[in-house]
Design a protein around this ligand. Structure first.
Ligand code: ZN
Length: 267
């Protein structure tokens, strides 16, 4: 989405045109104005659609404090993997990496925080084009295009999601997996896979039945959202595609315990 600059924001050198004419013996030579590069990262950040509540998320303010050392280790590991991902994003051949990350954990643990921190770092460091979408919001936006009076088409909503250089797809599996929802998800994932564009996913659902350690007597009911399997929310072909597209980063046990701790304090 192009952002309209306020008049006072206009560069004094090029007056917002983005190029300047350098004097030569003839009619002058056009060159890109420096402001294009200086203002590119802020413009890309502003255009990435990061929700206001996540605007300030960075690696610096990611909280790795947890009651148990094991949980602290897990948070630190998730942060380190994320930072390494940013470090290694530009491959030696000059191309961007094709694979993404899949943050797995209960709500509130910091999955979205890390995904946003990665996205912001990639934009600031490599000037990539990135987009953040919450899967539920996206589905609702697409549904609203079915209204005959809708100003936007399904394609206009999906195009930036499918084509952006880096996508954060927040809350994978959050929508009831109807055939239509799966179809939309398939379109997004398959297009990005084919175009070799990396995606950062977050999900509240687990990959494997045994990926959560039962190291204490916590009441883990299968119906609690953090412990349902992702395979109950997306189709098998999407799940295997997901494995090909993203490296899992689990921070799931942590938050559940935090939440239980909080409940314990409450009573
Ligand atoms: Zn300029």
């Amino acid at each position: 989405m192009p952002l309209k600059a306020e008049p006072e924001d206009l560069c004094p050198e090029c007056e917002g045109r983005g190029w300047v004419i350098e004097q030569d013996s003839g009619a002058g030579t056009a060159r890109r104005c420096d402001c294009r590069f200086q203002t590119l990262a802020p413009r890309l950040l502003a255009g990435a659609g990061i929700p206001a509540r996540y605007h300030n998320c960075s690696f610096k303010n990611f909280d790795i404090n947890a009651p148990s050392p094991a949980d602290k280790d897990q948070l630190l590991q998730a942060k380190t993997i994320s930072q390494h991902y940013v470090e290694g994003f530009l491959k030696p051949d000059g191309a961007f990496t094709e694979s993404g990350l899949l943050y797995i954990g209960s709500p509130g643990v910091g999955k979205t925080h890390l995904a946003v921190a990665v996205l912001k770092s990639l934009i600031e460091r490599y000037r990539v084009r990135g987009v953040f979408v919450d899967f539920t919001t996206l589905i609702h936006q697409i549904q609203s295009t079915f209204d005959p009076g809708s100003p936007e088409s399904k394609r206009e909503i999906l195009d930036p999601v499918v084509n952006t250089e880096v996508l954060v797809l927040d809350e994978l599996g959050a929508q009831k997996p109807t055939p239509w929802v799966n179809e939309i998800l398939y379109l997004i994932m398959n297009s990005r896979y084919t175009k070799r564009l990396p995606t950062l996913f977050t999900t509240n659902f687990r990959l494997e039945p045994d990926s959560v350690t039962t190291h204490d007597s916590l009441d883990r009911t299968p119906s609690s959202p953090g412990f349902q399997l992702l395979s109950s929310r997306i189709s098998p072909n999407l799940l295997s595609r997901l494995y090909e597209m993203a490296r899992p980063v689990a921070i799931e046990a942590e938050d559940f315990r935090r939440e239980v701790q909080m409940q314990k304090h409450r009573f």
